[in-house]
Design a protein around this ligand. Sequence first.
Ligand SMILES: O=C(O)CCC(=O)C(=O)O
Ligand SMILES: [Fe+2]
Length: 305
Amino acid sequence: MSASTTSIPVIDFQDFDPTQSQKLLQASKEWGCFRLINHSIPPTLMAEMKSVVRTLLDLPVEIKQRNKDVIAGSGYVGHSKANPLYEGLGLYDIASIDAVIEFCSQLETSPSQRETIIKYSQCVHELAMDIGRKLCRSIGIRINMDLFEGWPFQFRINKYNFTPESIGSSGVQIHTDSGFLTLLQDDDTVNGLEVMDENSGEFIAVDPLPGSILVNFGDIAKVWSNGRFCNVRHRVQCKEAAVRVSIALFVLGPKEVAVEAPPELVVDSECPRLYVPFTFEEYRKLRLSTGLRAGEALALVQNTK
Ligand SMILES: O=C(O)CCC(=O)C(=O)O
Ligand SMILES: [Fe+2]
């Protein structure tokens, strides 16, 4: 199939029946990404949030710089040599209301902007938890708490200053996300995101679908699923001269305990444990220190026994 006719799977959360559950599993394995439609974030809230985010990204740089890092790269990221078109603001953990309020004070938001940010962060957090529950149910794992309970939920708002001169150049280089999964509210009209089809090795354009949420699996999902889920490689390319804005929530990994596939996903003879247990913090630092950003760092935590 040619790149132009291939598109990523679409999962409907309104009628999440066994057929959708199978589709979810298949998309997680084959693509490591899918679009969610009829999810629980109200369209009006998505639109309000997009408008708030645009205003924040347009603030003077002196104010944006008050958005400090909690972990490397979690706060303001300005234009750089490596990514001259990109700029972003962020927050390490939206699961903490205090951290969300601190983010709002750093950027001097109005009370109504703050209300939108708080509401959006609660809704997107709940949606992520629901995806975790549905994934567990679909793959046949029974746990007595939410899969992502207590994990940090990193939040990032991205702006790409695409101009006529930058068409054809890179907005964000090829990478995988380091955590378990990412929920992305991408731009409603400006395209640029591409994901790799692991079968053909080709990049596939992910065209905007207003109102939907894009879900990407990262390296931790591959480890937790004992190699079943695909950690999708993706990038952002400048394809048109317009500002592109996206809102990302990264569900990272457990805070203190090691990331390990549950016993149901490890079958000694057919599917032995592929990775040694490690904490997300260790893995994050490994990616940073090696500069291996497209999933290659997983080779360094493989179980060789
Ligand atoms: O802006 C986008 O569409 C994707 C950004 C991305 O891949 C990331 O922040 O990890
Ligand atoms: Fe990404």
